[in-house]
Design a protein around this ligand. Structure first.
Ligand code: KG4
Ligand code: ZN
Length: 342
């Protein structure tokens, strides 16, 4: 029972998350989301997100502690997302974490949001193989990460040069008249559609583009191609086959993501792929990744969907790893760094 009891706070975007982990065991993952308040704007509004975090922070903290049967005085450390993310949103979480750490006299660990998307898999599937290759796909990021040690050595092999994968899902959903956030709606609509009905472009996968951007992604050309295709259909007066467009678009994104992830594993001699971020909830991505990993002899780990989207458990999970691996805590002057690199 000497395992560290760590509370993690996540406020980088629109979810107020508070998770509590003992060692590598998740005790609770409490979350409050302001997503409904952003829906009518078709995207996250930073000012609205910051205010929502301020309102939700204490109730979410209390709920986490109550559900886990944990008293604040029992905590061994506090961890918090210190970047990257929306500046004002991050500040709410960082301020709350500092206050708790000072009041309780326990160490504070500022953690990277991208690294915690990777670390959360530890509370789901146990210790991360070292090295692991991580494909992180969310509304804000699309990155391929080489992870020799999630607590202090995470290297970016490539990332999106324009839209993030989730952003592309959200924009295409908008074109198809589906609600925000669009990912889950595209996923559902695609089940009724034909994924080879329309041949949409796979960005940065061939020729000079591939040479120069081997592990980078580009989804803005795809998004534009979908919008043009739908506009042409509307002009012709024929109905838009929403299922076919959704399935063909999704296939293009998932094809590129899995192809480059498997290639990155091969070229770096890594036998383990982990997928995280909100888009990892996508059913086609999970299926195609499994097929291609099986074919390549790579083991695949994907946390359950609730742990793929932003949450507090991921921050607590990484904080606990920091404690277990004896990493130095952060200073109490810890800043919120909206553009923090991995
Ligand atoms: O990780 P996350 O919750 O927040 C960010 O850090 O961005 O990811 C949210 C993104 C949104 O763009 C949402 O549309 C996408 O994840 N998403 C999905 C699915 N579920 C969520 N995209 C595709 N298929 C899904 N099933
Ligand atoms: Zn995220």
């Amino acid at each position: 029972a000497d395992l560290p009891l760590v509370l993690g706070i996540e406020t980088s975007c629109d979810e107020t998350g508070v998770g509590i982990v003992r060692g590598e065991e998740l005790l609770v993952d409490a979350i409050a989301s302001s997503v409904d308040e952003h829906a009518r704007f078709g995207g996250v509004v930073p000012e609205v997100a910051s205010r929502a975090h301020l309102e939700a922070m204490v109730p979410t903290l209390e709920r986490a502690c109550t559900q886990a049967g944990v008293r604040l005085a029992d905590l061994d450390a506090i961890s918090v997302t210190s970047g990257p993310g929306l500046a004002g949103a991050l500040m709410v979480g960082v301020a709350a974490a500092k206050s708790l750490a000072v009041a309780l006299g326990v160490p504070l660990y500022g953690v990277n949001h991208l690294a915690s998307h990777v670390a959360v898999d530890i509370v789901e599937h146990g210790p991360l193989p070292e090295p692991t290759l991580a494909l992180l796909v969310s509304g804000g990021h699309s990155s391929l990460l080489l992870v020799p040690d999630v607590t202090h050595d995470v290297q970016s092999l490539g990332s999106s040069i324009d839209d993030a994968a989730g952003e592309a899902f959200d924009k295409v959903a908008r074109v198809l008249g589906l609600p925000f956030p669009g990912g889950p709606h595209i996923d559902r609509a695609a089940r009724e559609g034909d994924s080879v009905a329309i041949d949409f472009p796979r960005g940065l996968t061939s020729g000079r583009d591939m040479e120069r951007h081997r592990f980078d992604f580009s989804f803005s050309g795809l998004k534009t191609a979908v919008a043009r295709w739908v506009e042409a259909r509307e002009r012709s007066g024929e109905p838009v086959p929403v299922g076919d467009v959704a399935a063909s678009f999704q296939e293009a994104v998932v094809d590129v993501l899995t192809r480059k992830a498997v290639l990155a594993c091969r070229e770096n001699g890594v036998e383990h792929l982990q997928i995280g971020g909100g888009v990892a909830a996508n059913s086609r991505l999970r299926a195609m990744a499994q097929e291609r990993c099986d074919a390549a002899g790579i083991s695949l780990r994907v946390p359950r969907p609730g742990l793929c989207t932003d949450n507090g458990a991921m921050v607590a999970a990484l904080g606990a790893q920091m404690v277990l691996k004896g990493r130095a805590p952060s200073e109490l002057s810890l800043p919120a760094d909206s553009s923090m690199p991995v």
